[in-house]
Design a protein around this ligand. Structure first.
Ligand SMILES: [Zn+2]
Length: 113
């Protein structure tokens, strides 16, 4: 389980941001997490309280925006959600695809003072 590591890295990033932007508090943080990263949002949320304890982010609420991995078929160029079709192109049936979204792991929104 790497989620606690991701949480502490996120806390470091946000604390750095607070210093750079002279923020006194971040009350909410929205994180986009792609399916292809293998990160489980539920585990992230479970680890969050432990990760922010005794930091400047103590009261910060974490929100996770989960992004399904999309692939583009190498045969017919059709784009589809990989997990929904078990990696088979719904148009031509090929299992050959390039992952085009799903590797996201980024802060997309913060509410700060
Ligand atoms: Zn196809």
């Amino acid at each position: 389980m790497h989620e606690l590591g991701y949480c502490t890295a996120l806390v470091d990033t946000l604390e750095e941001l607070m210093v750079n932007e002279k923020l006194t508090k971040i009350s909410e943080c929205t994180l986009s997490v792609g399916e292809a990263t293998g990160v489980i949002p539920k585990y992230l949320l479970d680890c969050w309280p432990a990760a922010i304890e005794d930091t400047k982010l103590q009261d910060c609420v974490l929100k996770v925006n989960y992004i399904h991995a999309k692939g583009q078929c190498r045969e017919c160029e059709h784009e589809y959600v990989i997990s929904a079709f078990h990696g088979h192109c719904p148009k031509c049936g090929s299992e050959d695809y390039n992952i085009i979204t799903g590797y996201e792991f980024e802060v997309t929104e913060i509410k700060a003072q």
